[in-house]
Design a protein around this ligand. Structure first.
Ligand SMILES: Cc1cc2nc3c(=O)[nH]c(=O)nc-3n(C[C@H](O)[C@H](O)[C@H](O)COP(=O)(O)O)c2cc1C
Length: 403
């Protein structure tokens, strides 16, 4: 991770069990050379004592009530002017709702209201609170206002239940900050086309054949490309994922529809990444619904359009980056290399759903990138957003070399 030296970070801590994880985040920030100050809500002080934070940061902690609004001589909203990064972790349902509506009824919410740059919120709460309609609206509003939400993960929650609402790990929040701080305009003015998700092939008018792709990797690529300044088009198979902010999305179902949409959109694209798990074979669909009559039903599957090959044949190939994904379970490198060459790609991202932590639907992925120049980069298991950023950096580099 790049150095975050001398960055002034204001850490807001609110009243949730995950407050203890903020101590670890604070330690990472301090170790990375950041100048940090901590503000706690009154409720937060019930979970972790201010002494922990003041010891780790080396500065007194600002906590309610109002009388303590002095930290190293800075008063009231001064801290929000001082900070060049504001992080709220954990962010309770309460602080998210207040921040989204401009309520400033204690020290932390007043500072949030006075801060005029993007704030990074790391929500943490019970899964029912996380899916509450008002909290969904608040999160949407905060993102619309330009703030950044580090999505909570799913798993065991302190309340004893299981679901989404666990605060992202401090390490990941730090990585996210690092990315924000070193965000680039590497793809500024470029058009990036991404495909994502599975395709669904009709067997009859009721039944379908599909696969287990969640679409997360493709959506992460779209989100990352948008943050790198690109104009992004996303062609998505049926998935339950929100469209990343600022991304233009086109929904499709079948491999044939995916091919049509990709070929239409690719004509003006500088970078095309085929991340969708497109069906290789599709049945000859029959009309109506086949009745269950006790006899075996043998499906005849026909090969679908080879989208990557068709993309490669479009005019303008020499100034366009085309990359694909290879999901392989045996002789992975060999198979991926063969696909790279057969399809004439610039690079290919090899992944294996048997890798621990990188199975279907996971928020993480482990990629080996093979370039047409023969280089191979094996990356560690990482959050898909960080994987996406690395892939796009590679695409930008290749694009730069083309110019
Ligand atoms: C034991 C306990 C754990 C809690 N954990 C959370 C939590 O993880 N997330 C959350 O949004 N609220 C949680 N709450 C509720 C908040 O503490 C409560 O909404 C409070 O008003 C938040 O205030 P603040 O946002 O000013 O810190 C918890 C409450 C208790 C008693």
């Amino acid at each position: 991770m790049e150095s975050s030296a001398k960055r002034k970070v204001l850490l807001g801590v609110t009243g949730g069990i995950a407050a203890y994880k903020s101590c670890l985040l604070l330690r990472r920030l301090v170790e990375a050379g950041c100048d940090t100050r901590v503000v706690m809500t009154r409720h937060a002080t019930h979970f972790v004592g201010p002494l922990s934070f003041s010891t780790l940061s080396g500065h007194p902690v600002a906590a309610d009530p109002f009388e303590s609004y002095q930290v190293d001589g800075a008063e009231h909203v001064d801290l929000s002017v001082w900070a060049d990064q504001f992080v709220v972790a954990p962010a309770t349902a309460n602080i998210l709702a207040k921040s989204a509506t401009g309520i400033a009824d204690d020290f932390l919410s007043t500072l949030i209201c006075a801060y005029d740059r993007p704030i990074l919120f790391a929500p943490a709460m019970n899964h029912r609170m996380w899916s509450n309609a008002a909290i969904r609206r608040a999160c949407g509003q905060l993102q619309e206002d330009g703030h950044v939400l580090v999505e909570p993960g799913a798993g065991w929650l302190a309340c004893g239940e299981t679901g989404a609402g666990r605060m992202a790990e401090p390490e990941f929040i730090h990585e996210h900050l690092d990315w924000l701080w070193h965000r680039t305009s590497l793809l500024q003015g470029r058009r990036v086309l991404i495909s994502a998700g599975p395709t669904v092939e009709a067997v009859d008018e009721v039944r379908v054949l599909s696969n287990r792709s969640s679409g997360r990797m493709g959506f992460a690529l779209a989100r990352a490309a948008q943050r790198m300044g690109a104009e992004v088009r996303l062609v998505a198979g049926p998935v339950e994922l929100p469209t990343p902010l600022g991304v233009c999305r086109r929904d499709v179902r079948s491999a044939a529809q995916m091919a049509q949409a990709m070929l239409e959109e690719a004509a003006t694209a500088d970078v095309v990444i085929m991340c969708a798990a497109v069906a290789d074979y599709a049945p000859e669909a029959i009309s109506g619904k086949r009745k269950k009559d006790g006899s075996p039903w043998q499906l005849s599957l026909l090969p679908t359009v080879d989208i990557l090959r068709e993309l490669g044949a479009l005019p303008g190939r020499e100034t366009r980056i085309i990359a694909g994904f290879a999901l392989e379970m045996e002789r992975e490198l060999e198979q991926a290399r063969e696909k790279l060459q057969r399809k004439g790609l610039d690079f290919i991202c090899l992944n294996n759903p048997r890798t621990e932590g990188a199975d279907f639907g996971s928020t993480q992925n482990q990629i080996t990138l093979l370039d047409r120049d023969g280089t191979v980069q094996e990356w560690p298991l990482m959050d898909k957003l960080l994987v996406a950023e690395r892939i796009l950096r590679h695409a930008a580099l290749r694009l730069g070399n083309m110019a």
